[in-house]
Ligand binder design. Structure first.
Ligand code: ZN
Length: 579
């Protein structure tokens, strides 16, 4: 049983207050709400609330589905379907159920909706001639009782394997709440694992172990108590920040999840605390400030800072002393202690000492950059080849400007431009324009701005529109960029024989589809010249044609499938079959 902390009580009280406005039913206090599990098997977690993900904190639970698709997913409480969507990315096929107690539950990555919803969404897909759709049904249209099927579990959207992504949100604010507050049964008596400590110098007068660079320390453990490896006592001076790498496991699951809370004490006084109870979608990207983004990109360490960068607007923090930025201006030794807890109260601690030495003369190792992008101000840069507009909301702190041009290689049709470093975080979109003067005008419609990884491989096709010699995109990543020309249409293969075959209504015709550079944009089928839906599952590079809306005549049907990439290169294949 999870012990209620004072903070949590306040949190629950706030929730309760909000809900009283939404409805006046008596079953509105978390803990007394009788939600049932969304799955009929015991809950085993692949991911938990607040877990550190790329660009966001995980907004719900990832519930394992025995490695397969097709499990019954049921409504946790009575309510009505308030939203239903199909997307290639993110949640894939997803159902939102609004309950009369002020909460909305979310069921994502489904393989299929319940029959009623499946028909409803398919009507919209045929009406709009689009696979990706989103609908907000009326309150009375699709009512569900507790336990009613919302759909079948799957692996659609941005999913790396079969599982259910499950959320509970406050209906009014749409803010996701840690679902473990609602007493779903999860067994967890394993304390968090602590991996590394990083100490940060926070201005030019501060130092760690005689120089001005941040430093990472390995840990050793005894029981659930950790120490700095070898009993090291770091020497610190001036304004200092700390960060810790920690993760948590639950029983009966191999997955590494996020921890629930992190507390830092200096000489037995709390100077930092955060807790994963609720995070709004408007704040979740500040994870790029909460974490040490450089370490994440450079060596995949997920270090959580226990001090705030200037531009960090997350509201998960409590009781911060001086925003967690500590001053070491005496000549004594100080005791520091991290307490890291999972949701069920299993706790690991890291105990270490630092020696404060205000007389220390440290070595300046950090390279000074010529130009700095200023935090809180718009930054604009332009030369003959490049225009970069960085709005004021983009940076978390002053960031060195790093621009470099390298010659075109491989399929690049312009030089490769380093637009700052991959490891510099961005909160908001910047405008990036690259000069394409050298490309003949009649070829420019096939151009795509591409972001590159450290080895110049394609990281993502960013797209881009060309206007008077410049191709432009909005992007939320720094790093190397170039322009490529995409003239190759998608490669399409039918994975089962089609021509001359007889099919029944339970079969689907599957295609494997791949596209270089720009990516698949449109996909559609025409049976006897009539439009039919093709479902595309991006993570599997597969497209499906279901025959349930083809007129069953028992005779021959002509099939034409068309796959078009995002710059208009098109592949058309023709078949015939019997149905
Ligand atoms: Zn998830």
């Amino acid at each position: 049983m999870h012990k209620l902390l004072p903070n949590l009580l306040i949190f629950l009280f706030l929730l309760h207050t909000t809900k009283t406005i939404a409805s006046s039913t008596s079953d509105t206090i978390p803990g007394k709400i009788e939600f049932i599990s969304p799955v009929e098997i015991p809950i085993s977690l692949a991911g938990n609330f607040g877990e550190l993900r790329p660009g966001h904190f995980h907004a719900g639970l990832d519930i394992r589905t025995q490695g397969r698709e097709g499990l019954k997913i049921r409504s946790i409480y009575k309510g009505y379907v308030s939203r239903i969507a199909v997307s290639l990315y993110g949640y894939g096929k997803v159902v939102y159920v609004t309950h009369p107690n002020g909460y909305t539950s979310v069921y994502a990555h489904l393989s299929r909706f319940n029959d009623e919803l499946e028909n409803f969404i398919k009507n919209e897909q045929y009406r709009s001639k689009n696979f990706e759709v989103e609908l907000y049904p009326e309150a009375g249209q699709f009512k569900l009782n507790q336990g009613d099927r919302v759909g079948w579990s799957g692996n659609t959207g941005g999913s790396g394997g079969p599982h259910l992504h499950f959320e509970i949100r406050n209906t009014l604010s749409e803010k996701p709440i840690n679902p473990l507050h609602f007493n779903f049964k999860v067994t967890d008596n394993i304390a968090p694992t602590l991996k590394h400590l990083t100490i940060y110098p926070l201005n030019e007068n501060s130092s760690i172990d005689h120089n001005d660079l941040q430093k990472t320390y390995k840990l050793s453990k005894s029981g659930n108590t950790y120490y700095l490896n070898g009993g090291i006592v770091p020497i610190v001076k001036g304004k200092i920040g700390f960060g810790i790498e920690a993760m948590d496991k639950v029983n009966n699951s191999p997955f590494s999840n996020g921890v629930y809370s992190i507390e830092l004490l200096k000489d037995n006084q709390r100077v930092y605390y955060h807790v994963m109870d609720s995070i709004g979608f408007d704040k979740t990207r500040y994870i790029n400030a909460h974490m040490d983004y450089h370490q994440k990109v450079k060596n995949r360490k997920k270090v959580q800072r226990s001090y705030l960068l200037e531009g960090n607007k997350l509201d998960i923090y409590k009781d911060l002393v001086n925003n967690g930025q500590l001053f070491f201006v005496d000549s004594s030794t100080h005791n520091l202690e991290y307490r890291v807890m999972d949701f069920y109260g299993n706790t690991s601690t890291l105990k270490f000492k630092v020696k404060s030495n205000q007389l220390e003369h440290h070595v300046m190792v950090k390279k000074e950059s010529v130009q700095t992008l200023k935090y809180g101000e718009p930054n604009y840069f332009e030369n003959d080849n490049l225009r970069i507009n960085i709005p004021a909301s983009c940076l978390y702190e002053d960031t060195p400007l790093y621009l470099k041009e390298e010659k075109a290689i491989g399929r690049c049709v312009t030089p490769r431009y380093h637009v700052n470093r991959l490891s510099d975080p961005l909160q908001d979109y910047i405008d990036l324009s690259i000069n394409v003067n050298s490309i003949p005008e009649n070829q420019r419609s096939k151009l795509v701005i591409v972001s590159l990884n450290a080895k110049s491989g394609i990281l993502a096709a960013e797209g881009g529109g060309v206007d008077s010699n410049w191709i432009s995109v909005k992007t939320r990543s720094f790093g190397p960029y170039t322009v490529m020309k995409d003239t190759i249409p998608p490669r399409v293969k039918n994975t089962i024989a089609i021509n001359g075959q007889s099919f029944n209504e339970n079969q689907k015709i599957t295609f494997s589809v791949k596209d270089d550079i720009s990516g698949l944009g449109r996909y559609e089928a025409f049976v006897d010249e009539e439009w039919h839906l093709i479902e595309y599952q991006k993570n599997k590079s597969k497209a499906f044609l279901k025959l349930d809306r083809v007129q069953k005549t028992g005779s021959k049907h002509d099939l034409r499938v068309e796959f078009t990439d995002k710059v208009g290169n098109k592949t058309i294949e023709r078949y015939y079959f019997f149905y």
